[in-house]
Design a protein around this ligand. Structure first.
Ligand SMILES: Nc1ncnc2c1ncn2[C@@H]1O[C@H](COP(=O)(O)OP(=O)(O)OP(=O)(O)O)[C@@H](O)[C@H]1O
Ligand SMILES: [Mg+2]
Length: 271
């Protein structure tokens, strides 16, 4: 199907019949789901379900064996992401965070956020060294924007502190902030609750919703941890052994028999 014939009305991402195998193992097997504009969407499943593999297919780190991944880009044009290289994805308006936080310890928190800015801005860092007025103005604007994002995440009081020595929960937020500075349409968060305690997880959930409301973007949470997805997601897709299992609201997913069996590996009775 030609890209502009795909119905993306109200959607930011549409995955159709996605499959990829490693040797004989079908890590993702005919998976389809859609993410709406301004939606917090969760992709969940037990260990080895294929979440990270699906994630890597969306970001084009892996090229799937078959299927299509349609994305409505910054300009409102429908793109099949499979037509793009991994380095083009961020320009289209899709960003990701990494499971292992990758920051520059010697730089301040706000400078680490500014590193995530658009490539045009990075070019101006050079002209900024010569104090071109336009570059200085742009730098000031980007810095204000970065500060505002830090505010939304509740860590603005640490903006000028070096990253080195900050607790893990803060580092996760700095990485999140860095992904937001490029004005993405869709952010994919890879296990953002990993390594966080209960209090930090609940706090993160409220920040994720706030980011969605203030930046008007969609968020895809790829999570093993049920607490975060149940708290924050509008809709969830559950997978198991690479295959679609169930889709629905957190409540529907929680009550879904197939999901319970997949997660617990046993039949559960509910009264
Ligand atoms: N690069 C690879 N080469 C071979 N097999 C792989 C590769 N990546 C993943 N797999 C296999 O594909 C299946 C899905 O793995 P994947 O990492 O996507 O699961 P997951 O849902 O992210 O699990 P977890 O919750 O443990 O992170 C697993 O059986 C895994 O062993
Ligand atoms: Mg994984």
């Amino acid at each position: 199907m030609h890209n502009n014939e795909v119905d993306m009305n109200g959607l930011v991402l549409k995955i159709e019949e996605l499959s990829i195998a490693f040797g004989g193992l079908k890590a993702v097997d005919g998976l389809s789901f859609e993410i709406k504009e301004n939606e917090v969407f969760g992709l969940i499943g037990p260990n080895g379900a294929g979440k990270t593999t699906a994630f890597n297919c969306i970001t084009q780190f892996y090229k799937p064996d078959s299927g299509a991944i349609y994305f409505k880009d910054r300009k409102g044009q429908t793109q099949n992401l499979l037509d793009h290289g991994v380095h083009e994805i961020i320009e289209l308006g899709l960003v990701r965070t990494f499971q292992n936080v990758e920051l520059i310890r010697e730089l301040s928190i706000i400078d680490n956020v500014l590193i995530g800015a658009h490539t045009d801005f990075k070019a101006t860092i050079f002209s900024q060294a010569f104090r071109f007025p336009k570059a200085v103005k742009e730098e000031r604007e980007m810095r204000a924007k970065a500060y505002k994002i830090l505010e939304t995440l509740g860590i603005e009081d640490r903006a000028n502190l070096p990253v080195g020595g900050q607790p893990y929960g803060i580092l996760k937020k700095v990485e999140f902030a860095r992904s937001l500075i490029s004005n993405p349409k869709l952010i994919i968060l890879d296990e953002p609750a990993a390594g966080l305690n209960d209090v930090e997880t609940i706090e993160l959930a409220s920040r994720i919703r706030k980011i969605r409301d203030e930046l008007g973007c969609s968020i895809l949470l790829v999570e093993h941890d049920m607490r975060l997805v149940m708290d924050v997601c509008d809709r969830i897709c559950a997978i198991s052994f690479g295959k679609f299992l169930a889709k629905g609201t957190p409540k529907e997913i929680k009550e879904n028999k197939a999901v319970q069996v997949a997660y617990l590996g046993i039949e559960v009775d509910h009264d």
